[in-house]
Design a protein around this ligand. Structure first.
Ligand code: ADP
Ligand code: MG
Length: 349
């Protein structure tokens, strides 16, 4: 039974970036405004996420790591109206099975914190009272240590895994308005470096400056939403409906074509549906194709956060929730195309 759980857990938490993502999402769901991520040896020795969120009540210490324990949805119907990032109650239980998990937490209603150590089955090994501000710190030591083959593969590709994790973290830094992030790494030799540090602004542009520097921002234009005309609708095989209202809105920033600010690789593109980082492949393809019509051989910087009723999306199709099923996806593609074309025609290269 333990083995099965271990194998399944390896499918929930596929990589270092998924581990980080799950912990950061838990902090965001707990209402944190400060989130500090710390790594040792690029995450192979330790990954720690510390927040100033609501904390956990002692009555819940035992259930936290139970499979399918979640405080976030009570019935299946709630899935339609999902406001939180987590909802499956699989992350902590899986992380327990895959590494040594320690949680230090102080609930907002208490004035003492508790350090809880769990074993690989999610059972509490020890609890110790400690001093801490309100919030939660989750510490994972030696990720994948219970899956030797995976661990070997992970440490072999450490730099790549680490870079992927940084990309994922940048996405949260950009989209989480009013949340201050820091991320640092300490190497085996003891030298500490800051990977990113933001000051929790409410404007995406400010967050972009924090993460990528002021140069990046000078090239960005805002794309306004443009409802598609008959021609574009037809192109996507949509019969125009009498009700022409579009069930989407977005915040869309892209590097402008006149500044020729593209990059050789598409490593600065951030897509979100309802502020959830994701990889909507068709959307990404459209954006890059249109950009290339105006600016050959380069990729733009992209920040695109699509907002729609949560009932119209399904984030439950892959364990890492990166793939999203969007109702009316074709209409979304048509809207994005129209909006980009309208903007770029004003900025001929
Ligand atoms: P999910 O996020 O899908 O509910 P998780 O396994 O990620 O499941 O977390 C289990 C539960 O632990 C959450 O529902 C939440 O109640 C609690 N929890 C996890 N991380 C934190 C945190 N940083 N602050 C407060 N509560 C947390
Ligand atoms: Mg979660």
């Amino acid at each position: 039974k333990d083995t099965i759980h271990r194998i399944c857990s390896g499918q929930v938490v596929l990589s270092l970036s998924v581990a980080m993502k799950e912990l950061v999402e838990n902090s965001l769901d707990a209402g944190a405004t400060i989130i500090d991520v710390h790594l040792k040896e690029y995450g192979s020795e330790l990954l720690e996420v510390c927040d100033n969120g609501s904390g956990v009540l002692p009555a819940n210490f035992e259930s936290l790591t139970l499979k399918h324990y979640t405080s976030k949805i009570k019935e299946f119907n709630d899935l339609q109206y999902l406001e939180t990032l987590g909802f499956r109650g699989e992350a902590l239980s899986s992380l327990c099975a895959l590494s040594d998990l320690v949680i230090t937490t102080r609930h907002s209603s208490l004035d003492i914190a508790t350090k809880i150590t769990y074993d690989n089955n999610g059972k509490i090994v020890s609890t110790t009272p400690v001093a801490r501000e309100k919030g939660t710190t989750v510490t994972l030591c030696k990720l994948f240590s219970s899956l030797p083959v995976r661990r070997k593969e992970f440490t072999k590709n450490l730099k790549k895994e680490f870079n992927k994790m940084c990309q994922m973290l940048y996405a949260y830094c950009l989209v989480s308005k009013g949340v201050k992030f820091t991320c640092s790494n300490t190497t085996d030799k003891g030298s500490k470096s800051t990977i990113v540090s933001t000051d929790g602004q409410n404007m995406v542009r400010e967050n972009i400056i924090n993460v990528f520097g002021p140069k990046q921002i000078s090239t960005l234009i805002d794309i306004d939403l443009m409802p598609p005309n008959e021609e574009v609708l037809a192109e996507f095989g949509i019969k125009s409906s009498p009700d022409s209202s579009v069930p989407f809105s977005f915040e869309f920033l892209i590097s402008s074509v006149i500044h020729g600010s593209g990059r050789r690789v598409a490593d600065r593109q951030f897509y979100f549906i309802n502020s959830r980082p994701c990889e909507p492949s068709k959307l990404m393809k459209i954006v890059n194709e249109i950009y290339k019509q105006f600016n050959s051989n380069e990729y733009p910087f992209v920040y695109l956060n699509v907002t729609t009723k949560s009932a119209l999306i399904d984030v439950n199709i892959t364990p890492d929730k990166r793939q999203v099923f969007i109702e009316n996806e074709k209409l979304l593609l048509a809207v994005v195309k129209s909006s980009l074309l309208a903007a770029f025609k004003q900025f001929p290269s």
